[in-house]
Design a protein around this ligand. Structure first.
Ligand SMILES: [Zn+2]
Length: 136
């Protein structure tokens, strides 16, 4: 079964084959997130060149700013308080802390799916390493 581009990105699948996983495990959990070096299905090397994922910092920055603004707006709507700096600083900091695993994962996914011109989906790509078990 083929995944749509958006669904594959949400599930953090390889952008080339949409079958292998980019990350090991879930975004939220007790273990630190780890990323596979290569796709376990098509053998795509995820870090295309040294420093490739530095660009994901800019995506992560955009995510963070959007989340902080959303959290502060939600706080304003819920509390109506417009004078407490500590309240808004705490809410913004909490939003950053809670969303950081999401930002780490999806900034890289967005970079690979939509900001890398040479990286395209290839349907029916043959599997490179049949020995490696494919999870899901
Ligand atoms: Zn792949």
């Amino acid at each position: 079964m083929e995944l749509s581009e958006f669904k594959a990105a949400c599930q953090a699948k390889c952008p080339r084959c949409r079958k292998g996983n980019i990350f090991i495990g879930n975004a939220y959990g007790l273990k630190i997130q780890k990323m596979n070096d290569r796709c376990d299905y098509c053998d795509l090397r995820f870090e295309r060149e040294p420093g490739y994922f530095y660009v994901a910092m800019f995506v992560s920055y955009a995510f963070t700013v959007a989340e902080m603004i959303t959290a502060c707006l939600a706080c304003y709507v819920l509390t109506g308080n417009d004078s407490s700096f500590i309240l808004y600083a705490s809410v913004a900091l909490l939003a950053v802390l809670v969303s950081s695993p999401f930002n780490y994962r999806y900034s890289r996914v967005v970079l690979m799916y939509w900001l890398s011109p040479g990286l395209k989906y290839i349907p029916n790509l043959p599997r490179k390493f049949p020995k490696v078990p494919l999870t899901k």
